[in-house]
Every structure is written in C-alpha cells, then in structure tokens.
Design a protein around this ligand. Structure first.
Ligand code: GRF
Length: 204
C-alpha cells in the first residue's frame, strides 16, 4: 500500500473542518491520514469526531506547563511520537509555538474564513471576520488556505474559494455559505501541498 502522509489536525471548537478532512481521506480526495488531533480546549466538540474514528487526541494548554518552553517541547514530542508529517490548523485559536513552526515550516496549513490578505490577523476569527466583511460592503468573500508562519494569517496563500455576499446577509447566512466552501477547499489544497504541487522555493 502506498505510504499515506501523516496529518495532525489542530482544533479549538466545532471541528467541522476536521470532520471534512477525515471524510476526504476516506474517499481519496486527500491522500493522507489524520493520525492525531490536538485541541486547545478539553471540551471542543470536534474531539468527538476524532474519538469516533479512534484517532489519538491531545489537549494542549500552555498554562498547564511550568514554562512556555516546556509546553512547546511537549507538543513537539507528541507530534514526533505520532510521526506527524503535516499539520492542518482547523479553527485552532492559539498561536503555534515557534519550535513547531520551525520544525514543520512549509508543512503547516491554516484555513481562514475570508479572502486574505483582507480580514486577517490577531483577533480576526469567527464572527469578527464575517462582521468586518459585511461592514465593508464587499460583494464577495470566501475561505483562504495558507501556509503558517510566526504571524497570524500571514503565510503564503495556497488557495481560495469565492462566494457572493448578498445584500441581506447576516453573519449566520454568510458564515454558512463560506464554511460550505471551506469543507471542499481545505482537503483539495492540503492534498496539493502533500503532493508537492506548490513550489516551495519562495516559502519563508
Ligand atoms: C472556520 O470558519 C475556519 O475557517 C476558522 O475557524 C472555523 C472553524 O470551524 N479558522 P470548525 O471548528 O472547523 O467547524
């Protein structure tokens, strides 16, 4: 059997993107396997998707460690122990420790619910993003998948999908339209990353 890339997915909440990635590995859209799920919250609903599939889970809270360095080392050890090759952030609300970013540079993706570089950065998550889009009067929005570096929502954009913003949209209607596209886009772009279809020469 062909070697399948080993993916860790990081979540903080509902985990619908985690579920979509797991489904995509089953139907072959994503040539990899989700071998590890890390959550910043013990009660994240998304952890149930991992448990249903017997995927190892790990609740990672920096405040439970003596120092940020200890926390970062433990996380990296956990990723090593699961032989993780790629990391997919899917609604993960913390900044990844710098040692993890260094160790996986060019192999960490994130999905963001707006057309970066607009509406990104610290504090731009969940409803804040869609509120900003609605307030701007933009006529389109949509998810972006990008590489992760040390700065929130800053790395190279790997792919985007576009949806219209309707005049009568609310945060709920717009986010529902965007997340539907997230579930298709993330697996497709992650698959391309794993297949080496993005030139890595200009990744920083
Ligand atoms: C998604 O909108 C994603 O773009 C953002 O956080 C949300 C996570 O949703 N980064 P879910 O937990 O995957 O349902």
């Amino acid at each position: 059997m062909e070697n399948r890339a080993r993916i860790a997915v990081f979540i903080s909440g509902g985990g619908s993107n985690l579920k979509a990635l797991i489904d995509a590995t089953k139907c072959g859209i994503l040539g990899g396997q989700v071998v590890f799920v890390v959550s910043s919250r013990k009660k994240a609903f998304g952890l149930t998707y991992a448990r249903d599939e017997n995927i190892d889970t790990f609740v990672f809270k920096k405040k439970n460690y003596e120092s940020p360095e200890r926390a970062a080392d433990d996380l990296l050890n956990q990723l090593d122990a699961h032989k993780v090759e790629y990391i997919a952030l899917a609604g993960y609300l913390s900044l990844l420790p710098a040692n993890v970013v260094r160790a996986y540079r060019g192999r960490i993706a994130n999905i963001h619910p707006a057309l970066l570089p607009k509406y990104g950065g610290q504090g731009m998550f969940g409803h804040h993003v869609h509120e900003a889009v609605l307030a701007s009067g933009d006529t389109e929005s949509g998810p972006s998948v990008h590489l992760v570096d040390e700065i929130y929502d800053n790395g190279r954009i790997l792919g985007q999908a576009r949806v219209p913003v309707q005049p009568d949209d609310t945060v709920d209607t717009l986010s529902a339209r965007v997340i539907k596209q997230e579930h298709k886009l993330y697996a497709r772009i992650l698959n391309k990353l794993i297949r080496g279809e993005f030139d890595s020469s200009d990744d920083t």
